[in-house]
Design a binder for this molecule. Structure first.
Ligand SMILES: *[C@@H]1O[C@H](CO)[C@@H](O)[C@H](O)[C@H]1NC(C)=O
Ligand SMILES: *[C@@H]1O[C@H](CO)[C@@H](O)[C@H](O)[C@H]1NC(C)=O
Length: 302
């Protein structure tokens, strides 16, 4: 008896939650702009003729308190002075059959004094790069590349995520189709939509691929004694673009002096041999990209 009651309660809770507190982007939605008096039009998506009726959260429109703001004209429904109570699911029906359903959402207020909520990074000039949505407080976020997404068109290929990172952000892997060998003249354009509580925040960021390049740390650091100096050989990270002769990297070596424990840095591969340990980092030598992370310290013994 106890479990049965709980189950029923659980089901009720889930269905209420579905209706009013979505955790995902609804399949169809229309976004009303904030502080905009223009009414929003919802269209019943059906191929067949005949009268339709609309429901709001499953209630027939005549019974909805806010019906004064809603006007039906054939298959379209016009909602004016959109405000929080009017957000949610509108469905159109003929007889007992639901023909289509769409959510009315509100554009969220920008919080952009803090800068763009989108951070992107490429480990190389290859086609894949990562972006992170860094604002917390959203249930689902999706990212799309290109003008089709900036314009919010249906032809945008969204990459969705509802797996929140521990810090409240969301992470994405995107692909571009720029040639790594061509001089880069086209900016990448990433658009994000972030969803929570029937509101949507939209943000776009434009950048050149070269501006988001940050190589991984170098691998295989080797040292060789050359008379009074140490010759440090560093291999590029395995994720870096090939051929390495074309995609040149420059390095910085940080080392700790044996005598006094002070650290110094060098951009030349030949350093003093009187050191106890060293670490290195790299960056694209042509565009002077962001430096990679340092490698872990490596003890030097010879
Ligand atoms: C953008 O949309 C148009 C049609 O709406 C389509 O032909 C084009 O391939 C799309 N572009 C991309 C990059 O998906
Ligand atoms: C340092 O090592 C690299 C690779 O082992 C070698 O090509 C280079 O000639 C060496 N430089 C000196 C000054 O010995």
């Amino acid at each position: 008896m106890r479990t049965l009651t709980l189950q029923i309660f659980g089901l009720l809770f889930i269905s209420l939650n579905r209706a009013h507190g979505l955790n995902q982007f609804p399949e169809n939605f229309v976004v009303a702009k904030r502080n905009n008096e223009n009414p929003v039009t919802l269209t019943c998506d059906t191929e067949t003729d005949g009268a339709v009726t609309w429901k709001f959260h499953g209630e027939v429109m005549e019974d909805v308190v806010l019906q004064a703001n809603v006007q039906q004209d054939g298959r379209t429904l016009t909602v004016s002075d959109v405000d929080t109570p009017m957000l949610g699911q509108y469905s159109c029906w003929r007889g007992g059959e639901m023909l289509s359903s769409t959510y009315l959402l509100l554009e969220a207020e920008e919080e952009d004094e803090l800068g763009s909520p989108i951070l992107c990074r490429a480990k190389s000039y290859d086609c894949r790069f990562m972006c992170k949505w860094i604002n917390s407080g959203y249930k689902a976020v999706r990212l799309g590349l290109g003008q089709n997404c900036t314009e919010g068109g249906r032809s945008c290929h969204w990459v969705s995520s509802s797996d929140e990172l521990p810090d409240g952000g969301f992470q994405f892997e995107l692909s571009h189709s720029l040639s790594p060998f061509a001089e880069e003249s086209t900016m990448l354009e990433v658009t994000a939509e972030a969803f929570t509580d029937l509101s949507i925040l939209r943000a776009t960021k434009r950048f050149y691929l070269r501006d988001i390049v940050q190589p991984d740390s170098p691998q295989n650091v080797r040292c060789q004694k050359v008379e009074q100096a140490l010759n440090v050989t560093i291999d590029p990270p395995s994720s870096w673009s090939v051929p390495h002769s074309f995609f040149g990297l420059e390095h910085e070596i940080e080392y700790m002096l044996k005598d006094n424990g002070k650290t110094e840095r060098s951009s030349s591969a030949l350093i003093t041999k009187r050191i106890s340990k060293l670490r290195v980092r790299c960056r694209d030598s042509l565009v002077l990209s962001t430096w990679s992370q340092w490698t872990p310290w490596k003890n030097v013994t010879y």
